[in-house]
Design a protein around this ligand. Structure first.
Ligand code: NAP
Ligand code: F7E
Length: 337
């Protein structure tokens, strides 16, 4: 019998890569999607065959992390072996505008998933998408034993979800693992996260249809990895006999300014002629530096990052140049970008 996985956040960057990985491994994959007034399944179109097709192994279900009933019904119906809770209001800047909603979906949503599993009486393994944002102002390098000091409603919500996951593990003997993932990017990254905002703007400026890129804090330091490699780490965590918590990171520290410089350099354009600072993109409290130490994941999971900073920037800029070209030619946009 194939293994059955349930993913919340299937329509997001990580959820789409994880669905593909699990399908490649022979899983039947069920994904939670929320109702939206416009299509929100673009990232998984490549693998989303019609549910009645004989080859179908990916099934999408309406539900919401704010709606306990939908989670209980779904878990009872699909009887998953593994649950990956990736759904979240995941934008840090936006979390200052909608703190209550972020706490509800990103924080309490994780509790709803774990409680729904208990109510449904399903014996399964759980992955909780924890974040380096939980470290906030605690200086780098950050590892599993580093204390948390979150700096945003998003970070606070993730800390609540993290400790709730630990508590379900200890109180109910559930196989729940936290992946503390540092920033990871790809051509599927949402367009209002800084890396994608930059790669998209570089393509448009090169094509002459945009002149200025407005950004906030260029001095922030981040540890940027490549998303498809990070979802492999999620899967590895659930294949361990014992649940545990792991940092997933590259250990390579770069500023936002360095990302901007590298991306514009790829098309031979002087970034200083096109980038302006706009205070609206500054955060009330910033996280200055996140640099992860993933030694535990390397030793216990055998996980190591493969894609370095320059290759990541190249992958993203190339993909956005191709996307723009496809859009301008009126071609159907390739989903595997
Ligand atoms: P993402 O692209 O923003 O995807 C978030 C997903 O959550 C989307 O599928 C979204 O649906 C869904 N969602 C939002 N609100 C929901 C709700 N109320 N009910 C059900 N689903 C909801 O995020 P990502 O980059 O893939 O990240 C995946 C997870 O890892 C998130 O929990 C994020 O906080 C966490 N994380 C990300 C990073 C990173 O660098 N990417 C690092 C550490 C942790 P729509 O498609 O309809 O919006
Ligand atoms: O910002 C600075 C900004 O929004 C990175 C999420 O996936 O990773 C992500 O959170 C840095 C920050 O990602 C702009 O101030 C400058 O210092 O791309 P970001 P994030 O806040 O690090 C963590 C690990 C998660 O868990 C989150 O879900 O870039 N920055 N100018 C800007 N950021 C944005 N978005 N837009 C700007 O114009």
């Amino acid at each position: 019998m194939p293994k059955v996985a349930l993913i919340t956040g299937t329509t997001g960057q990580d959820g789409s890569y994880l669905a593909e990985l699990l399908l490649d491994k022979g899983y039947v994959v069920h994904g939670l999607k929320r109702r939206s007034s416009s299509f929100n399944t673009e990232r998984i179109e490549r693998v989303d065959v019609h549910p009645r097709h004989p080859d179908a192994r990916l099934f999408l279900h309406y539900g919401d992390l704010g709606d306990m009933g939908s989670l209980v019904h779904l878990i009872r119906e699909v009887q998953p072996d593994e649950v990956y809770n990736l759904g979240a209001q995941s934008h840090v800047r936006v979390s200052f505008d909608v703190p209550g909603y972020t706490a509800d979906v990103t924080g309490l949503g994780a509790v709803r998933v774990m409680e729904a599993i208990r109510i449904a009486g399903v014996n399964c393994r759980v992955y909780q998408a924890s974040s380096s944002e939980m470290y906030g102002s605690t200086p780098p390098p950050q590892r599993e034993t580093t204390p948390f000091h979150p700096r945003s409603p998003y970070g606070c919500s993730k800390v609540f979800a993290y400790w709730s996951a630990v508590n379900y593990r200890e109180a109910w003997d559930m196989h729940v693992s936290n992946g503390i993932l540092f920033n990871h990017e790809s051509p599927r990254r949402g367009e209002n996260f800084v890396t994608r905002k930059i790669s998209r703007a570089v393509a448009r400026i090169e094509a002459g249809i945009q002149d200025t890129l407005f950004l906030g804090n260029l001095d922030a330091v981040r540890d940027w990895g490549y998303a498809p490699e990070y979802v492999e780490a999620m899967w590895l965590m659930l294949q361990q006999d014992k649940p545990d918590d792991y940092v997933i990171a590259t250990g390579e520290a770069r500023t936002v300014r360095e990302f901007v410089h590298a991306a514009f350099a790829m098309v031979d354009i002087d970034w200083e002629k096109h980038v302006q600072i706009d205070p609206q993109y500054m955060r009330p409290t910033e996280v200055d530096a996140l640099i992860g130490d993933a030694s535990k994941a390397r030793e216990q999971l055998g996980w190591v990052p493969k894609t370095g900073f320059t290759d990541l920037v190249r992958i993203m800029v190339d993909a956005d140049r191709q996307l723009l070209e496809d859009e301008r030619m009126g071609r159907l946009v390739r989903i595997d970008r």
